[in-house]
Design a protein around this ligand. Structure first.
Ligand code: NAD
Length: 270
C-alpha cells in the first residue's frame, strides 16, 4: 500500500490545525485536502500556513465531496451534525473516517453504524493512549470493587469547550459501567443542585469544571467508607489526540469496513 492521502475537516479549528501539523510529521501520510464550514474566514487559505508548518499547496475548501474523492481517509474533529454528513460521504467514497468529535446526544451517532457498512469508522471521545489505558484500568477497578465504592467522574477543560460532560468523561463512565455490568444511561447522574435525595448506591456521577486553557484533565474517584482511590489523567498537549487520530487512520487503512474504537487500534480491549 502506498502513502495514505488524508483530508483534514474542520481544518481551521484548534484540533484541525494540530492534525495538519502532525500529518506533516508522520511517515507514510500526506494532507491532500482540507475542509471547513461554508462562510468561515479560513476558506481559500493554505492549510500548512494555518497550521504553522509553511505552505503545503492545499487550500481549505467547503466542498467535502471533491476532497473525499481523492483521499484514503478523513480526520474529523468538528461537530456531531457535520460528522454525520462526513460519514455518509466517507461511506460513498469507501474510505477511512476517524471521528474525534464529541457532544453527541443519546442515539445521535446511530447512523454512523450504517455508514460503517462501507466506511472504516474509528470513533473515540479520546484518542490518546493514556486515556484509553485509564479506561481499561477503570473498567478493571469497577469490576473488582463492589457498589460500596461510589464512582464519580470529575473533569476540567478550557473555557471554550461547549459540550459537558466531556466525551472523555463519558468514555470513562462507560468503562466503569461495563466493569460493574450496568447500563450507564440508567445509572448516571449528570448534575446536582439544591436539596435532593442522598446518592443512590451504584450511580455513576459526573462533575464538570470549565476555565482558562486547560487541555483536559479527568479523574475517576472510587469513594468507599474511610478510603478513596483516584485515577487521574492530564493532557498537556493537543498533539496527543492528533497523534492518536493519525495512528488510527493508518491502522484503518488496511482494515475491513466496520465500526472501531481507539481500544481496537491500541489493542487495549481488556
Ligand atoms: P474548534 O471549534 O476549534 O474546531 C471545530 C472546527 O470544525 C471549526 O473550524 C469549525 O468551523 C469546523 N466545523 C464545524 N462544522 C463544520 C462543518 N459542517 N463542515 C466543516 N467544518 C465544520 O473545536 P476543537 O477544540 O478543535 O474541537 C473539535 C471537536 O473535537 C470537539 O467536539 C471536541 O470536544 C473534540 N475533541 C476530541 C478529542 C478526542 O481525542 N476525541 C480531543 C480534543 C477535542
Amino acid at each position: 500500500m502506498g502513502r495514505m492521502r488524508l483530508v483534514v475537516v474542520g481544518a481551521g479549528g484548534r484540533m484541525g490545525r494540530v492534525l495538519t501539523r502532525v500529518v506533516t510529521e508522520t511517515e507514510g501520510a500526506d494532507v491532500v485536502a482540507a475542509v471547513d464550514r461554508e462562510g468561515t474566514d479560513v476558506l481559500g487559505q493554505d492549510v500548512g500556513e494555518l497550521a504553522g508548518v509553511g505552505e503545503l499547496g492545499v487550500q481549505v475548501t467547503d466542498d467535502p465531496l471533491t476532497a473525499f474523492a481523492k483521499a484514503d481517509g478523513v480526520l474529523d474533529f468538528t461537530a456531531p451534525a457535520a460528522s454525520l454528513w462526513f460519514a455518509e460521504l466517507a461511506a460513498q467514497a469507501r474510505i477511512v473516517h476517524v471521528i474525534g468529535t464529541t457532544g453527541w446526544a443519546e442515539g445521535e451517532d446511530k447512523p454512523l453504524h450504517a455508514a460503517a457498512r462501507h466506511a472504516r469508522i474509528i470513533k473515540s471521545g479520546n484518542m490518546s493512549l493514556g486515556v484509553n489505558m485509564l479506561a481499561a484500568l477503570v473498567r478493571k477497578a469497577a469490576a473488582a470493587l463492589d457498589s460500596d465504592f461510589d464512582i464519580e467522574v470529575l473533569e476540567m477543560h478550557h473555557k471554550h469547550k461547549v459540550d459537558a460532560p466531556s466525551g472523555t468523561a463519558l468514555l470513562l463512565g462507560e468503562a466503569a459501567a461495563k466493569g460493574r455490568g450496568i447500563d450507564l444511561s440508567a445509572h448516571s447522574v449528570r448534575s446536582r443542585d439544591g436539596i435532593m435525595e442522598p446518592r443512590t448506591a451504584g450511580d455513576i456521577g459526573f462533575a464538570t469544571l470549565r476555565g482558562g486553557s486547560v487541555i483536559g484533565e479527568h479523574s475517576v474517584i472510587f469513594a468507599g467508607e474511610g478510603e478513596r482511590i483516584e485515577l487521574t489523567h492530564r493532557s498537556e498537549d493537543r498533539q496527543l489526540f492528533a497523534r492518536g487520530a493519525v495512528k488510527a487512520a493508518l491502522w484503518g487503512f488496511d482494515q475491513k469496513p466496520g465500526f472501531y474504537s481507539m481500544a481496537d487500534v491500541l489493542g487495549l480491549d481488556a
